[in-house]
Write a protein that binds this ligand. Structure first.
Ligand code: PEP
Ligand code: MG
Length: 591
């Protein structure tokens, strides 16, 4: 990715990143600071000192990885800026490598018997005071760097998201080094108009949240931190992946016109809300919404969702110290069922792990060697039975009030489905014995097809599952070995790769042969570029971020299934991704 940073007339500066969520936002910048953290303090018994030091070392390694990543990114800046930021990051890295600071924290944990966060705070204050007392003003100013490094360590220890964004003025543009999915869950679209970050890829969950909220976002833009000040006017062009800081008058005028044009287009699309979702030849296509937060339900309904095709329950576990218990989960789900007024909801069980971390589950997740391949999603649920049983019980109870389906994430084998059926049977019997109302009959139990091995074994899985939901985000990531949240390889992430398409086709056909419902709920379901191809492959149900629903319906209403199937057949005989893209784009251009 190329980063352009030019100082033009009237201080206009342009930064370039990858497109996260389309649209144009214009507003005042709020630069998220990593400092000012709440630091918990408690005593650590002798028997747990070694584990506490290990916890500190994990946070240390994570901090080093972040700084190295930032350093790599900064090298794409223009010379002077690259050098300046490079020095700073090197200095921070040095402070975290075999330094007095690191040794001091380890010793403080051991000798004082206190937690790692409190030890970091104590050592940082001491080192910073040392710098401040130096007569050389340059050296004295290094105290700020020390505090910044300390804040990074504490943030990684506590996995604290950025402070709530509730105090912001409407239309604020957030500028951050990185926003985790948990940070994004705190964003209120009523106050945040758009955001831009230095790290993060377009297919990660933070990008997905931005698209769900309908707020423009750009990721992976080098130089933003230090290049933008809180209060400056910023344009986030989520369509081209540009961030324009302190724009010239003509630029602002141009973007204001673009923003108005987009609003007009939105109003046109809104008119489709009450029209049927069917192709030219009259084939009905189910259109449902993906939901991260129950509070999104009203806008999903307003935008025409026929149901919730994917409820990402992991967000209920984020930004809190302890996981929600069965009753709390039940209350949230029952409220959602009531809000949906008889429309179906597909509740996915906890899909935590990978880039989706919830510190309420920290003790269960451990420190995986490779988070994308580690103890996550269904694997965690099958290991942490109490956690899983509480969630299943809550879902079964909510299912007494309206139509629910249960969806299992990251399934790789039939034995996982069998185990879940067994657990579900036990949980339901226990609830019935206690005379607690539950879904009767038990809800359909489906699986995500998002692991390449699952797609290849889809015929076997179809014999055990009641439905398939194809998760093309992870399916693309695992098939191509591209981290979906890493902006450095974002250009290689491509669901049109023939390997990915063949797996999708295989899974769809296996599902259809077994006569079980098959939907697609990955991000391509909400991108009109892919609609004809998915319909041509036999998909009849799509689930997506609510703001995409109207545009996809518009596209569906232009498609003839026979023509789409023929084009899909031609596409599936191709080996070259570029040729596939051209064949699809040509077909789409006929509309
Ligand atoms: C997917 O992987 O495509 C999916 C829908 O699940 P998530 O994006 O939550 O991983
Ligand atoms: Mg997934």
């Amino acid at each position: 990715m190329r980063t352009e940073q030019k100082k033009g007339d009237k201080g206009e500066r342009v930064f370039t990143g990858v497109v996260g969520a389309a649209g144009v936002a214009i507003g005042s910048a709020h630069v998220c600071e990593t400092g000012a953290l709440q630091v918990p303090e408690y005593r650590v018994p002798k028997s747990k000192i070694a584990a506490e030091v290990k916890r500190f070392q994990s946070a240390l390694q994570r901090s080093q990885r972040q700084l190295t990543k930032l350093k790599t990114k900064s090298q794409s800046l223009r010379d002077a800026a690259a050098e300046e930021i490079g020095y700073l990051l090197d200095a921070h890295l040095l402070m975290l490598t075999g330094s007095r600071l690191v040794r001091g924290v380890e010793e403080t944990i051991a000798t004082k018997g206190i937690n790692a966060e409190a030890a970091v705070l104590s050592v940082i204050s001491e080192v910073a005071r040392g710098f401040e007392s130096l007569p050389d003003p340059y050296m004295a100013a290094r105290a700020d760097d020390v505090r910044e490094v300390g804040a990074r360590l504490v943030r990684n220890l506590t996995e604290t998201p950025f402070q709530g964004f509730s105090h912001l003025q409407p239309g604020t543009i957030l500028i951050a080094e990185e926003l985790s999915p948990a940070d994004a869950a705190l964003i209120d679209p009523a106050t945040v108009g758009g955001f831009a970050t230095v790290l993060g890829g377009a297919e990660g969950h933070t990008a997905i949240m931005a698209r769900s909220f309908g707020i423009p976002a750009v990721f992976g833009a080098s130089g933003l931190i230090g290049g933008v000040k809180t209060g400056e006017t910023v344009i986030v062009d989520g369509t081209s992946g540009r961030i324009i800081v302190s724009p010239a008058r003509e630029t602002l005028k141009d973007y204001e016109a673009r923003r108005q044009a987009l609003l007009r287009e939105r109003r046109q699309l809104d008119r489709l809300t009450n029209l049927p979702s069917q192709t030219v030849d009259g084939t009905r296509i189910g259109l449902q919404a993906n939901l991260e937060l129950p509070r999104e339900v009203d806008s999903a309904l307003a935008m025409g969702a026929e149901g919730i095709g994917l409820l990402r329950t992991e967000f209920m576990f984020m930004n809190r110290d302890t996981p929600p218990d069965e009753d709390e989960q039940y209350e949230s789900l029952a409220a959602l069922v009531a809000a949906m007024g008889g429309r179906p909801i597909t509740v996915r069980t906890l899909d935590v792990g990978g880039e989706k971390l919830a510190y309420s589950l920290g003790e269960h997740l451990g420190e995986p060697v490779n988070p994308a391949l580690g103890l996550r999603a269904i694997r965690l649920s099958l290991k942490q039975r109490k956690l899983f049983e509480a969630q299943l019980a809550a879902i079964l109870r909510a299912g007494a009030h309206g139509p629910l389906r249960i969806l299992l994430p990251l399934i790789a084998s039939t034995s996982e489905i069998r185990q879940v059926r067994e657990i579900m049977g036990r949980v339901s019997r226990r609830l019935k014995r206690r005379k607690v109302a539950i879904a009767d009959p038990l809800p359909p139990l489906g699986v995500m097809i998002e692991v390449p091995g699952a797609a290849l074994a889809a015929d076997a899985l179809a014999a055990h599952a009641d439905f398939f939901a194809i998760g093309t985000n992870d399916l693309t990531m695992y098939t191509l070995a591209i981290d979906r949240a890493d902006e450095q390889v974002a250009h290689l992430y491509n669901p049109l790769h023939p390997g990915v398409l063949r797996l999708i086709q295989f899974a769809v056909q296996a599902g259809l042969r077994a006569r079980i419902p098959v939907s697609v709920c990955g991000e391509i379901a909400g991108d009109p570029r892919y609609t004809a191809l998915l319909l041509g492959l036999g998909v009849r149900d799509l689930s997506m971020a609510s703001p995409c629903l109207a545009r996809i319906k518009q596209r569906i209403r232009q498609i003839d299934i026979a023509a789409a199937s023929m084009r899909a057949e031609i596409i599936m005989s191709q080996a070259d991704t570029g040729r596939i893209a051209a064949l699809l784009d040509d077909f789409n251009a006929l509309a």
